[in-house]
Ligand binder design. Sequence first.
Ligand SMILES: Cc1ncc(COP(=O)(O)O)c(C=O)c1O
Length: 482
Amino acid sequence: MSPDNTVLSHRGEDRKQLREQLEATLEAINSSYSDESAFSGIDPNELRRRISQIDILPEEGLGFDAALDLLRREVLPHMLRTWSVDYMPHLHSPALMESIPAELVISTYNNSMDSWDQGPAATEVELATVRLLCSLFGYGADSDGCFTSGGSQSNLSAITAARDWWVKKNLDWDVKKHGNPDCYGRLRLYTSSISHFSMEKSCHLLGLGYEAVVKLPVDSQCRIDLAEARRIIQADVDRGLLPFCIVATIGTTDFGSVDDIAGLRKLADCFGCHLHADAAYGSGAVMSRRYRDRTGDLSLADSITVDFHKMFLLPISCSAILVRNAGLLSCFELHADYLNREEDEEDGYVNLVGKSIQTTRRADALKVFFSFLTRGRNGYGRIIDTVISNADHFYERLCSDRDFICPVRPTLSSVVFALDRGDDVNRAVRRRLLSEGCVIGQTVYQGRVMLKFTLLNPALTPAHIDELIERIRRAAAGVEES
Ligand SMILES: Cc1ncc(COP(=O)(O)O)c(C=O)c1O
């Protein structure tokens, strides 16, 4: 195989080279693992030593075959295998089979979503997919949305739009032109004490600082306590603070708990705030007829974060921000002569850069488009049904087992639990499993070290969950003996 051809062309030899390189890459991936474990278990220092020995930029390139061989020997065996049923620590999913070819399409064409002339079909695919998503979540004809790099950027987009909208409505001040108003230090965003840290990061980036984020207490099921929320917001208003946004978490990072969106809508209306639903995790439940009620009616929110690289099982990165009123996204609109001329848009060439924080942007909507087409509503629904019912099964098993505690009933697909032993035993069990190639999560609940299963893999069965419980029990016995 010649390493000399640089980019794909219409020529048969380039097409042949791409096919051969893809076949060789697939072969390297397939030969890099032989069992169902998630990880080789290699020590981090040993892995660092081995990878740091590689001369990454030799004077003369190795050529494709030798570079692939090196990757196959030194890197692939120690990649995390997200498709393994022994991988469950984070909101980080395996990729649906058909989404891997979809990624190939995205990177082969390498279209960009900023202007129509950089991705004609990709732009139309995103427009159509956003329209479908808006209707899936119950939004009407005035809604709109845009794909982003992930939940953090979707949340930043929503909070930026909320801040600009509130300041314009209440102070007749255009933040886009003039920056934050003088009273910016009094603006406040309200969210659960266990919400994602992208709330703080967003407020920092918007010049409001972490202090703008007021963390509301949660009840025993890890949902915002509405009575307390009302009391806290009212007290802040009485002190002269300016509530501009409430964020409902629809699937908290650890517990998958879901805030009461209808209750928070009432609060947002009462205090004149924007209501954002951070459904980075829980949005996938919309595909399940059996479980979609568990998230409440997300159309009550003014904006929704939807992550496709979590419960929708699509490759990183893939997320969208949806807004009930398209005008909210105008905070990102800006025209440049070199990119998105107004006259082009008047003639129907839609330039999506006008709705986005990013300029160059991957055609990630294509993955959603392709997986939706491939599986349909029912196929996707079965996946979501499986992962949520697995979590319910795991919870029931733990509740009837005296070796474990499990304080919060799962709403989605995450279960936080602990062996009813000391923190040290729980910590050591997780480490021991990691060295055996089984990767589970760890967090803290009410000051206690807890273990966590984030069950996103539909290949996992109740029988395997039962085996995992026994494996954890055995690991605990081993830790206590040593
Ligand atoms: C509730 C919630 N919101 C937002 C995010 C951020 O998403 P991303 O990692 O895609 O930026 C996460 C990530 O886990 C999350 O759990």
